[in-house]
Design a protein around this ligand. Structure first.
Ligand code: HEM
Length: 450
């Protein structure tokens, strides 16, 4: 009896697969793992290739690096019904960086809801010009003005933070039998410096307002699902079963962050200095809102400013905090490297004086140590995916419109052909025979593209 039921189903599935495979084989996508229908895409081959017992532990960037050994530096695949390509070499990343086809982000509503009021706003997931390009230009320029990349402007804030941090270490060493746990050690320091640039405010480390701000950042990073597959495959579940997507939690987290930025915006507006003497990122943004007040479709709105505050808090603090933690880890694991850094610092700055940015310029080994930390830490192994805006002819393949593009920074930072011994932490690779620091652009930290 069951045979009568099972047989037609199997035949139907085979027919669907046959039609699907004919359709896939006529396309001229780059080589990659085989694609099966029913939304499974390339998952079966990826699963078959898993290192034994490690399916859940291996991270996507490690998989892509593994696949590039078989398929090369341009891999075509399919996930959950989305066509995708991965770019895994430095050469190809620089080749596509300024191409029009690589200039749009994949801003699925999955990312934008509810962090940016359910609309395409903010910067991280702003998909296309003019919002993305204009906002990035404005933000980078304004942050530079208030100290980002210009350590002089922020010097006193940074020194005050470093002193607090050193006191904190001393206290911890005394109270915890010499053991310092580093997991969140830099969070308050990093957040205070960042918040100073964004909102012009610096708190004491035990100030409840700073602890609340840190709570916001922590919750935002926890609540942003960068890919709940169910939300992609069946968006309707968001409406009928929001609890599956932690929608309420996400709403709460972003609502409270937006509430905080709204209060600050009102305070800055009431003070009124933003027009004559803007003091920080928020002030400059408010001035822009004022200047564009008569334009109907302006991107300078208060909601956009609130979205930017949330974005900057996240991108700035999580990345920096993680990088510093990795720096400490590499120093701990490599005492001889730690000693070399310390000797170099001691030779230039007396122990009771804080170093300046000019001093760092005189420390080639320390600079090499920082670059090697970026390379090995791989804090952002995959930046936000991009999306092909029109059919793309690349290296003889045709990549269809709407294909998702993943740049795998991890592959470049661990490429044996470039580094020889990529898994060894060796700052010396950036020091030349004269003892000078020679930065290598092939350490991919911040990404490529327009
Ligand atoms: C070591 C620390 C950092 C790392 C590893 C890092 C990494 C990155 C990466 C990979 C991108 C490219 C994103 C993309 O193309 O999708 C990026 C962009 C950006 N980062 Fe950072 N970042 C760091 C620190 C910061 C800090 C402290 C700020 C200041 C708030 C910041 C602000 C930005 C901005 C405004 C962009 C442009 C975003 C865009 O174009 O969408 N970053 N960063």
């Amino acid at each position: 009896m069951y045979v009568y039921l099972v047989l037609p189903v199997v035949l139907l599935l085979l027919l669907v697969y046959y039609v699907y495979s004919i359709q896939m084989s006529t396309r001229n996508m780059p080589p990659g793992p085989f694609v099966v229908p029913f939304g499974l895409g390339s998952i079966p081959e990826v699963w078959l290739r898993r290192p034994i017992f490690k399916f859940w532990q291996v991270r996507p960037w490690e998989y892509l690096a593994m696949l590039s050994k078989t398929y090369g530096d341009l891999i075509g695949f399919n996930v959950l019904g989305f066509d995708a390509i991965a770019i895994t070499s430095y050469e190809l990343m620089t080749e596509v960086a300024n191409m029009e086809e690589y200039s749009i982000k994949f801003a699925h509503e999955l990312y934008t809801y509810p962090r940016t009021f359910g609309k395409e706003m903010g910067l991280i997931f702003a998909a296309s010009p003019p919002l993305w390009t204009e906002m990035r230009k404005f933000t980078v320029r304004t942050l530079r003005e208030f100290g980002f990349g210009k350590v002089y402007t922020m010097h006193s804030v940074i020194i005050a933070e470093v002193n607090l941090l050193a006191d904190d270490f001393k206290k911890k060493i005394k109270s915890d039998y010499g053991v310092v746990k580093f997991r969140n050690t830099f969070s308050l320091t990093v957040l205070n410096v960042l918040w100073c640039m964004v909102a012009g405010i610096r708190y004491e480390h035990d100030d409840p307002r700073l602890l609340k701000l840190m709570g916001h950042v922590f919750n935002m990073s926890k609540s942003v699902t960068f890919g709940n597959p169910l939300e992609l495959i069946l968006p309707v579940t968001k409406k009928i079963a929001p609890w599956l997507h932690k929608a309420n939690l996400r709403n709460k987290v972003f609502d409270s962050c937006h509430e905080l930025s709204k209060t600050l915006i009102e305070e800055r507006k009431a003070e009124g200095y933003y027009l004559s003497e803007p003091q920080n990122y928020m002030d400059v943004f408010l001035k822009k809102i004022h200047e564009h007040r008569d334009q109907k479709d302006t991107i300078y709105t208060e909601q956009q400013l609130q979205s930017m505050v949330a974005d900057l808090l996240m991108v700035g603090s999580l990345t920096l905090n993680a990088t510093l933690n990795y720096g400490i880890l590499f120093l701990t694991l490599n005492p001889e490297i730690q000693k070399k850094c310390q000797d170099e610092i001691d030779a230039i700055v007396p122990r009771n004086i804080a170093p300046t940015v000019d001093d760092v310029e005189k420390m080639p080994y320390f600079q090499a140590f920082m670059l090697e930390t970026h390379r090995c830490a791989n804090v952002v192994p995959n930046p936000v995916p991009r999306m092909v805006p029109k059919d793309w002819h690349l290296r003889g393949y045709v990549i269809p419109k709407n294909t998702v593009i993943l740049s795998n920074h991890y592959s470049v930072n661990t490429d044996e052909k470039i580094w020889g011994d990529p898994l060894v932490f060796r700052p010396g690779r950036f020091i030349n025979e004269k003892g000078e620091f020679v930065p290598d652009p092939r350490v991919v930290i911040f990404g490529f593209g327009k």
